[in-house]
Design a protein around this ligand. Structure first.
Ligand code: KIV
Ligand code: ZN
Length: 389
């Protein structure tokens, strides 16, 4: 039976350990990379891009260790379209159960002319040689056209067709500088899908320079991409890459619209986020979707009252589904009486109704002064009995 786009499985290609590690200031040692790779395997990603083996002997060893020790996902090593890079990547991934070499060359006019100093024909030739060489080491070869979204569409189709004929099994379209838009990405994928052989897997790799990486990745899937490249917490070059947890939860929560499935165990998402944040030294912003401190916190009285009556009033997904504790009611000046009463009950107080009113007034004064009122503040408020004449 042919799959309609609405039933398709999307492969999650995690590049936290390669593009994510390219975040300014981030350098992970081997042990840290291995710890993250094990968590990515628990999370259920399909592919781990473990590093860029030619970059340094340390990177090569880091990728090799992951290839030797992490089972489950495909283990990929990145390589420019040249012999030394590809041989280093081949050595690094050789111990993996499922090794992949991911080779790339730039295809946009500005990159070909100013960075590579190569004519388009020569770029196609290099791509073909690189894919052939990579295929002499492994069966699973991914080819990326760097800066694809600023490339000529006919040229992109030409180089991808040549790469597929040379043996590439996945063709990746990077929005290297975060320049594209969802509508453009959807159309580009629909165009490439019509132009390229059916057996190849189309992939999207989006950067977040305009804050569109997740939207562009989803649009790519709607256009025909069946692999999405992303990172935990969206870390990566400049403004970062598409955020893995946001894409996965968008597909999960709005299955009615997208219908895409991933193999991700969503209950491992929060653990992965905390681990990557701690080891990379990159804090997660409090209002970050899915994994930020405030993502499941309610402060306003209206919202708190609603959630106490039925969580679905203000929660489109439950915190437990991504491995977090149930949503919290933050006690502050916007909190209402219902949340105040619930907080006291949770702390073990069973107060007469005629005490709750005066205590609530004192709580509001305190919240005006402090912003957020902690459990200890609430205990002190009740235990001091300052409300009792
Ligand atoms: O952003 C990019 O173009 C890349 C490629 C190497 C895939 O990271
Ligand atoms: Zn990238």
């Amino acid at each position: 039976m042919t799959q309609t786009p609405q039933q398709a499985r999307i492969r999650i290609f995690d590049t936290t350990l390669r593009d994510g590690e390219q975040s300014p200031g981030v350098a992970l040692n081997h042990g840290q990379k291995l710890e993250i790779a094990h968590q990515l395997a628990r999370l259920g990603v399909d592919v781990i891009e473990a590093g860029f083996p030619i970059a340094s002997p340390g990177d090569l060893e880091g990728v090799s260790r992951i290839a030797r020790e992490v089972r489950g996902p495909v283990i990929a090593g990145l390589a420019r379209a040249g012999r030394a890079d590809i041989e280093a990547a081949a050595r690094a991934v050789e111990a993996a159960d499922k090794p992949r070499i991911h080779t790339f060359i730039a295809t946009s006019p500005i990159h070909m002319a100013r960075k590579l100093n190569l004519e388009p024909d020569a770029v196609v030739e290099r791509a073909v040689e690189a894919v052939r060489l990579a295929r002499s080491f492994v069966d699973d070869v991914e080819f990326s056209a760097e800066d694809a979204t600023r490339s000529d569409w006919a040229f992109l189709a030409r180089i991808f067709r040549a790469a597929a004929e040379a043996g590439a099994t996945t063709l990746n379209v990077p929005d290297t500088v975060g320049y594209t838009t969802p509508a453009e990405m959807r159309a580009l994928f629909a165009h490439l899908k019509a132009e390229l052989p059916e057996h190849v897997i189309l992939s999207a790799h989006c950067h977040d320079d305009l804050g569109l990486a997740v939207a562009n990745s989803i649009a790519a899937a709607e256009g025909g991409a069946r692999q999405i490249e992303c990172t935990v917490n969206g870390i990566g070059e400049r403004a970062g890459n598409a955020s893995l947890e946001e894409i996965v939860m968008a597909f999960h929560t709005r299955g009615d619209v997208y219908g895409f499935q991933t193999g991700i165990r969503t209950r491992e998402l929060y653990r992965a986020s905390r681990l990557v944040s701690r080891l990379s030294g990159m804090p997660v912003q409090p209002n970050k979707a899915i994994v930020g401190d405030n993502a499941f916190a309610h402060e306003s009285g209206i919202h708190q009252d609603g959630v106490l009556k039925a969580r679905e009033t203000y929660e489109i997904m439950q915190a437990e589904l991504v491995g977090r504790e149930a949503a919290v009611l933050v006690m502050g000046k916007h909190s209402g009486r219902a949340a105040f009463r619930k907080a006291l009950t949770d702390l073990g107080y069973a107060l007469e109704e005629d005490r709750v009113g005066p205590l609530f007034a004192r709580f509001k004064d305190l919240a005006d002064r402090k912003g957020q009122v902690s459990a200890d503040d609430l205990r002190a408020l009740v235990d001091s009995r300052s409300d009792v004449p």
